[in-house]
Design a protein around this ligand. Structure first.
Ligand code: MN
Length: 310
């Protein structure tokens, strides 16, 4: 669940999309591919690069893992971001240049901090057969930590909050006084919502901007319906939101204090300017120690230089 970001996802300029007041703006996700898997990329988009510090959202699958076809995202680099991986179905193995090898299953969270540079792969377990479905998000790191050391965390058990007709799992941040143990370098929130038919009010922070992605079912906000393959941008200034469903549904609500630093994304890099990306990519292609080595049988992913240098 790497996310090669191209100019189709976000232009390489500073037009991030300023936060809006309370709103419900629904846009269609873009079909893309990561490894052999189809994904629905909800973020980034032209005109909306970030929601809080969240800068990338891929809904992956559901897709069948077979003997011939697995999740084979070969070793690739990252800088300046955290990857947040959360599965609904199936299993995968994370391997990184810190020496980590970690199986992830539904209900567990993998969080990798890239800082100045890290490399990882995301692969099948070799034994699992069945559907794989999940989400991978990226969080832009602030200047205070983005040039720091890489790190990895696995959380096998995350706190849950019972709401009206839903159970919220707090992946990152704090909901209703209940905090996730996951590392957080900015003030942001990510919750998985398991919604039963009915209506649920979720307490929010008015100084956050928020967005919602639906994975299964359909979620109504006021008179609008959000279905899989869409992003609902909810804006700033909400102290709560009421979500209603007529069928069992699953969604991710995420947000944060608007990210006030410029974000430039190309391929797997989150930076502030083009030169940082050019340097990172030169270091990756030269197999520099900056990104270390991933113990994987898959060959490292190598691609040409950024388009503006060609
Ligand atoms: Mn990745």
């Amino acid at each position: 669940m790497s996310g090669p970001v191209t100019a189709d996802d976000a232009t390489a300029d500073a037009a991030c999309g300023a936060p809006d007041a309370e709103t419900v703006e629904i846009t269609e996700s873009r079909e893309s591919h990561v490894g052999a898997f189809a994904v629905r990329r909800a973020l980034p988009r032209r005109g909306r690069r970030t929601v809080g510090a969240w800068c990338f959202v891929d809904h992956m699958g559901p897709a069948a893992i077979t003997e011939d076809r697995g999740l084979d995202v070969a070793p690739h680099p990252h800088i300046g971001l955290q990857t947040v991986t959360w599965l609904f179905e199936g299993e995968a193995v994370h391997r990184d240049s810190l020496g980590t090898e970690q199986v992830i299953s539904p209900g567990q969270l993998n969080l990798m901090t890239a800082g100045h540079g890290v490399a990882h792969s995301e692969e099948g377990t070799g034994s699992y057969r069945g559907n794989l479905q999940g989400v991978q998000l990226w969080v832009a790191q602030p200047s205070a930590t983005r040039n720091g050391a890489p790190a990895f965390e696995h959380h096998g058990d995350l706190p849950r909050v019972d709401l009206d007709d839903a159970v919220a799992t707090v992946l990152v941040g704090e909901l209703d006084g209940v905090a996730s143990p996951a590392r957080r370098d900015t003030d942001h929130l990510g919750i998985d919502l398991d919604l039963r038919p009915g209506a649920t009010t979720v307490p929010l922070r008015a100084d956050f901007e928020h967005a919602l992605v639906v994975f299964t079912g359909a979620v109504n906000i006021a008179d609008q319906t959000v279905t899989p393959g869409h992003l609902a941008y909810l804006g700033l200034g909400r102290e709560q939101i009421t979500l209603s469903t007529v069928e069992t549904s699953r969604a991710l609500l995420f947000g944060g204090v608007p990210f006030d630093e410029p974000v430039l994304m190309w391929w797997n890099y989150v930076a502030r300017d083009r030169q940082e990306i050019v340097q990172a990519h030169a270091d990756w292609m030269a197999a520099s120690e900056r990104f270390g080595r991933v113990e994987s049988t898959l060959p490292r992913i190598e691609i040409g230089p950024p388009p503006w240098t060609r």
